[in-house]
Structure formats: C-alpha cells, structure tokens
Design a binder for this molecule. Structure first.
Ligand code: AKG
Ligand code: FE2
Length: 210
C-alpha cells in the first residue's frame, strides 16, 4: 500500500520538482492537526528586522521554529508569544514531508522545523532565499493547501529569470541539491473559496533547521 500517491514528480530544475496532488488524500487529517497547532501557537504577523509587519501570518511546529523580529531572522525552540516550546510536529505532517522528499530523491530528509504560512486575498511573499538553516545539503519541502497561488521560482541570483507555476491544493514542491538556494516567492493571492480552507491558502514549509 502506498500512503501518499502522485502522478510522479514534475521536474522544474535538476534538484526541484512538484508532486501534484500529493497531500490531498490526507487533507482532513492535516487540517485537523493544523487546527490543534494554531490553538497552542496562534497565527501572528511577525516583524521584519526593520520593524515592518510581515504580510503572511505564521506559526510553527517541530523542535525549531522560524522567527523574525527586531533581532533578526533565526530558528528557536520556544514560541516567543508564550515562551514555551513550539507544538510537536504531528505524525501526519512529518510522514507527508518525509514521503515527499523521498519521492524527489532525498531519502535522508527528517525535518526538525515546520513553518506554517497563512495567506489571505492579496497577501504575497516576495522573492527570497531560505538560508537561515545550518545544512544546505537538506532540501525544502513545501506543501500547499486551499486556494491556488502563483509560485515564483528564480535562480541563485535575485536578477535571474523567474519561472512562474500555479500551485494547487495538495501540491508539494521539493527543492534541494543544486537548487536549494534558489530565490522563490508567491504572487498576491487571488480571492476565492476552497472547501477545506475557505478564503485562505495555507503553506507548510518543512526544513532541517539545526
Ligand atoms: O507559501 C509558499 O509556497 C512558500 C513559502 C516560503 O517560501 C517560505 O516559507 O519560506
Ligand atoms: Fe521560502
């Protein structure tokens, strides 16, 4: 029996692929586990080091959580809102991320951090690199739930050409190896309605942080 099914990876670069619809079979369980996380560690708008509110609202689960504030970007074990550890990463999240990474060829991947991103209509995420982690030999696994969004996948330099591809509910993007430090982002979310998430797009980003 295969736990997570997919039509097979859609390669967008030598170390980057999209697993279409990979997470959909478990959407109910993922959604239930997500609700439990945000009851413990509520959605919040973090501040950039420059003092501006980040448009995407965020939370975390796992041993380490990504935070941004006046002190900079970093991973830490405690939720700064409560001072207690981030919620444990649910088995549903962890096994999905491990299975997706393995499909993309990263069989050693064991995430210790999961950043939860919540987009409302109009919310965007500018082009950036994920580089606050210790070990860039480990990939990024990024799960999309709810409303579709346009994913931007650039190169290793900000000025490199950018591929645009639509990410739909259940799609999982994995990027690592030579593509681990590629710039990426999300265009402003279009308004809409999804049966699972309503007016929202939710993204789960799994990483080996520390
Ligand atoms: O929402 C997404 O699909 C991307 C999220 C992302 O790039 C990040 O959390 O670093
Ligand atoms: Fe990112």
């Amino acid at each position: 029996m295969t736990l997570f099914s997919s039509a097979g990876p859609e390669w967008i670069a030598p170390g980057a692929c999209i697993l279409r619809d990979f997470a959909s079979p478990y959407e109910r369980l993922l959604w239930q586990d997500l609700q439990a996380i945000v009851r413990q560690a509520p959605w919040r708008h973090m501040q950039t080091p420059g003092g501006q509110a980040i448009a995407v609202s965020m939370s975390n689960c796992g041993r380490l959580g990504w935070v941004s504030d006046r002190g900079g970007y970093r991973y830490q074990m405690e939720d700064p809102l409560s001072g207690i550890p981030w919620p444990v990463m649910p088995a549903s999240f962890e096994s999905l991320a491990i299975a997706a990474a393995a499909q993309a060829g990263f069989v050693q991947f064991r995430p210790d951090a999961c950043l939860l991103n919540r987009y409302e209509a109009g919310t965007k995420l500018g082009l950036h690199q994920d580089k606050d982690e210790q070990d860039f030999s480990q990939p990024i696994v990024s799960v999309s739930l709810g409303l579709p969004a346009t994913f931007l996948f650039g190169g290793l330099k900000r000025s490199d050409p950018v591929l645009r591809t639509e990410l739909y509910h259940g799609d999982v993007v994995v990027w690592g190896g030579p593509d681990r430090l590629r710039y990426h982002g999300i265009l402003p979310l279009k308004p809409g309605w999804h049966p699972l998430t309503g007016k929202l797009r939710i993204n789960l980003t799994f990483r080996v942080a520390g």
